[in-house]
Design a protein around this ligand. Structure first.
Ligand SMILES: C[S@@+](CC[C@H](N)C(=O)[O-])C[C@H]1O[C@@H](n2cnc3c(N)ncnc32)[C@H](O)[C@@H]1O
Length: 371
């Protein structure tokens, strides 16, 4: 698709890690520590090693060097051609803060998770986080449910392994893997399979939903949360992208296009419920969604408006960091640097001034696997 950047130049209408550092943590991976695996479609799942059990290796300097590449001043994973957001300290810090915001607004877990992971004599329970990022969610699970095995999967090793193994709960393990390659090695293993905000790295999200069903034991819980790379207006409809649109809406639209261009599924959030509800393996699907103000634009003085502004401030800071995170993705897909710089400046000012209304929509679906 040809991208026109004319809408992005118009004015807004509204008022390190060191390589020799080594530790004794171990983790598992489906890639070779020195090799580079490219993402493939779900039709190519059989390309992965026939061995169902992942190999285990120590985290040393070669893995660190080979796990990352540097582009446009940021550290990115070195494996996936699809996922082009950073995996560096700055991004992990953003994800940690975002996790705290989500927890406060959305709750720590979907309600059935407590029962799914409850300590049951004679039953060993396991939970996986597919695309765990900094690991904040799965580390919570490992600590809250110490009788469970908690598995963290991502394109890069979980950072806690690099810096302080002592913060890694003994019941948690990190696996380096591209979930686009399929999840056969996890079939029938988990009481809970969770993924949050991974759509930009997933080639075939409906196929991913299908693969996740196979990872669950009967009665197991799937828990998916995504956002759709759009900014919504006061009418809770996507802001039309033209030269009257806010800079943050136009920036997000560029990010949406770039994710699509890289082979990810930026619209997955909008289809989660349909994919889960129409899948034979699942039952009792539940859809939830949350509207986050993009900034502190709410002029109300009542307690609810003040509460929304508090979350709006957290989301604003998240988006401010996300503007920086998106640079390798946007520049790498051909957005001219000058146009991006200009749009970023406008979006940053808009967010900081807090006068332009906008919402981010976060969608969640959970369901049980039929027994
Ligand atoms: C935006 S972050 C979200 C991290 C975490 N789920 C959270 O909610 O804080 C997306 C994460 O998914 C990982 N990811 C994206 N595509 C992936 C894939 N195909 N296989 C494994 N991990 C993937 C990325 O490396 C990144 O850490």
């Amino acid at each position: 698709m040809q991208t026109s950047y004319s809408a992005y130049t118009s004015p807004v209408q509204y008022d390190n890690m060191s390589d020799d550092e080594s530790d004794s943590c171990s983790m598992s991976g489906s890639f070779s520590a020195s090799g580079k695996a490219s993402s493939v479609t779900t039709a190519d799942w059989e390309m992965r090693s026939a061995s169902p059990g992942p190999s285990v290796f120590s985290i040393g300097s070669s893995l660190r060097v080979n796990a990352y590449r540097h582009e446009y001043g940021r550290g990115l994973n070195n494996y996936s051609e699809v996922y082009r957001l950073p995996a560096d300290d700055e991004e992990l810090d953003r994800l940690d803060k975002q996790h705290i915001m989500f927890k406060e607004v959305m709750g720590a877990y979907p309600p059935p998770l407590y029962e799914a992971l409850a300590n049951t004599p004679g039953v060993h329970k396991s939970c996986v986080d597919l695309g765990c990022g900094s690991g904040s969610w799965i580390l919570d699970v490992a600590r809250d449910f110490p009788h469970c095995t908690a598995v963290a999967v991502d394109l890069v090793p979980m950072q806690v392994l690099f810096f302080d193994c002592r913060n890694m709960p003994p019941n948690c393990r990190s696996e380096v893997d591209d979930v686009n390659l399929g999840l056969q090695h996890f079939y029938n293993e988990f009481e809970v399979s969770h993924a949050r905000l991974v759509s930009s790295g997933i080639r075939d999200y409906a196929g991913f939903v299908d693969q996740i069903s196979m990872t669950l034991k009967p009665g197991g819980l799937v828990d998916l949360t995504e956002f759709d790379f759009r900014v919504y207006g006061l009418d809770k409809r996507p802001i039309p992208i033209d030269d009257r649109a806010s800079a943050i809406a136009r920036w997000m639209h560029l990010a949406h296009q770039a994710v699509q261009q890289q082979g990810g599924e930026p619209d997955a959030a909008n289809h989660l419920y349909e994919w889960v509800r129409n899948h034979n393996a699942y039952e009792q699907p539940v859809y939830r969604h949350w509207w986050f103000q993009t900034s502190t634009w709410n002029r109300g003085t009542d307690p609810e408006s003040r509460r929304q502004n508090r979350y709006g401030a957290a989301m604003r800071d998240d988006i401010l960091a996300f503007l920086k995170s998106g640079r390798p993705l946007l520049l790498g897909t051909g957005v001219p640097e000058q146009i991006l710089d200009d749009l970023e400046d406008r979006a940053r000012n808009e967010l900081i001034e807090g006068r332009v209304p906008g919402y981010i929509l976060v969608e969640n679906v959970y369901a049980r696997k039929r027994r």
